[in-house]
Design a protein. Structure first.
Length: 135
């Protein structure tokens, strides 16, 4: 099955979710062009607004890895109850750093069925910073 390893990585990452408040456990796994998988899970705070989604945890881990080649992302798998789509904040960051990625949404309750989309479909006409003045 295509991306089965990536889907399993997202499901495994979900097991590491720290979501004591919402109890909505999410896992995400990014695939790089060179075949690396970097995963993450949501982390919540008692000050709720400080919580961070699984997608951003995975992305920030990947972007700050010492291996610069891990910046070309071809896919992201996201596992959650019901197979939720990424929030607006995550869409913005994914559009900037993983704009070419296929987005695979997995329902953790029935992981054999998943849907596939793209970042350009999830966030059309994204602001990528291209219009910013040169520094
Ligand atoms: N969450 C994610 O990690 N990813 C999503 O795509 C949607 C929401 C998290 C944030 C919070 O910890 C919990 O799910 C409930 O919103």
């Amino acid at each position: 099955m295509p991306h089965s390893k990536l889907i399993h990585a997202a499901l495994a990452a979900r097991e590491q979710s720290v979501a004591p408040y919402s109890k909505f456990n999410v896992g995400a796994a990014l695939l790089t062009a060179s075949g690396e998988i970097i995963s993450g899970a949501n982390v919540e705070s008692a000050s709720y607004g400080l919580s961070c989604c699984a997608e951003r945890v995975a992305l920030f881990k990947a972007l700050t890895d010492e291996s610069k080649y891990q910046r070309n992302f071809t896919a992201i798998a996201i596992a959650s109850p019901g197979g939720a789509a990424p929030c607006g904040a995550c869409r913005q960051l994914l559009a900037e750093y993983a704009g070419e990625a296929e987005v695979i949404l997995i329902n953790s309750g029935s992981p054999e069925s998943h849907t596939s989309s793209t970042m350009s479909a999830l966030l059309p006409n994204a602001f990528t910073g291209d219009d910013l003045p040169e520094s």
